[in-house]
Design a protein around this ligand. Structure first.
Ligand code: COA
Ligand code: MG
Length: 289
């Protein structure tokens, strides 16, 4: 999964547009893009949408972002959407593995009542939205077999830190958010789940988006969240391994296969060792090769 497109559960045509956007997943939002007085309406809408959409044959994965466990709204969100069988729940303002374990229990109970297979609904967690969450980013490992990905956010965190800005004049994240980004990346690797980069809100700036996608891929993220359909093609492009990268991975695997027991090999004047072999295997697995 390379691209995940946020779409507010607010009733317009956006849900249909998101389904046709080319995104690998859509995230139906019940949280920050929905005003408090419209939560109930949004739940009904999200459930109706899911009922019509989950059975379609060719479709993106469908996630629902519920409200955080701290808000008192998450139970009603889950009551509404779990019976309709979304592919996953995105848990915002997660504070470590304990929050994921907590969400798992809430989902499991509702899955059982709805007659869904236990574990059908996966969990993605937004792992850096509170100050406390930063100190718990390393605790996701083993929290739940439902957990499949971690992502991070800078908006709620900057509010919590009392910051004036989260990006510099060139649009690059400032230090507190670069730390959050790395904690998400390391937390995901430690938990052996996908690391997904955060949103790029300047949705008319394609060059800025591409740069941020490339920096994310360079550092180990394998997907990015979009907020506008126009961002999907760029994200898909950057996170689809290029033929040269696939060929290089195959060459590394072949070179090690041809030299049983070797710790290092040379290809075209460059040394490759065991970590390169591990990365090459990971990359080919990600493209199903
Ligand atoms: N999903 C699906 N369709 C979307 C979309 C999205 N996230 N964002 C925009 N579109 C649609 C618009 O409805 C519009 O459709 P139309 O041509 O039929 O009118 C078209 O794409 C072009 O949109 P545009 O006019 O460029 O932007 P906008 O001003 O309508 O919307 C936002 C801008 C930011 C409000 C919108 O992109 C959005 O709602 N994004 C998601 C916000 C969100 O979920 N935030 C929570 C997570 S941070
Ligand atoms: Mg938020």
């Amino acid at each position: 999964m390379r691209s995940l497109l946020f779409v507010p559960a607010d009733g317009g045509k956006k849900l249909d547009k998101a389904m046709a956007s080319g995104a690998d997943a859509i995230i139906v939002d019940l949280e920050d893009s929905i005003a408090p007085e419209r939560k109930s309406e949004a739940r009904t809408l999200a459930a109706a949408f899911l009922k019509g959409a989950v059975g379609l044959t060719a479709r993106p994965r469908i996630l629902v972002r519920v409200n955080g466990l701290q808000t008192g709204l998450a139970d009603a969100d889950l009551d509404a959407v779990v019976p309709a069988g979304p592919d996953a729940i995105l848990l915002p303002k997660a504070e470590g593995g304990a929050a994921v374990t907590h969400a798992d229990a809430k989902i499991a109970a509702r899955e059982a009542i709805a007659g869904l297979t236990d574990g059908h609904i996966k969990i993605f967690a937004l792992a850096t939205e509170t100050a406390q969450a930063l100190f718990l980013a390393g605790t996701y490992r083993g929290a739940s077999t439902r957990l499949v990905g971690l992502t991070w956010g800078a908006e709620d965190l900057s509010a919590e830190l009392g910051a004036e800005a989260n990006r510099d004049a060139e649009g690059r994240f400032l230090d507190p958010y670069r730390l959050a980004r790395v904690l998400c990346l390391a937390g995901a690797a430690a938990a052996e789940v996908q690391a997904i980069d955060t949103v790029y809100v300047d949705f008319r700036n394609e060059a800025g988006l591409r740069r941020e996608c490339e920096e994310a891929r360079r550092d180990g993220f394998t997907a990015k969240i979009a907020i506008h359909p126009a961002q999907v093609a760029v994200i898909n492009d950057v996170f689809t391994p290029k033929p040269e990268a696939i060929a290089r991975a195959k060459a590394i695997i072949a070179a090690f296969a041809a030299a049983p027991g070797a710790g290092t090999v040379g290809i075209g004047g460059v040394m490759y060792d065991r970590p390169h072999l591990a990365r090459a295997k990971q990359m080919l697995a990600s493209v199903g090769a």
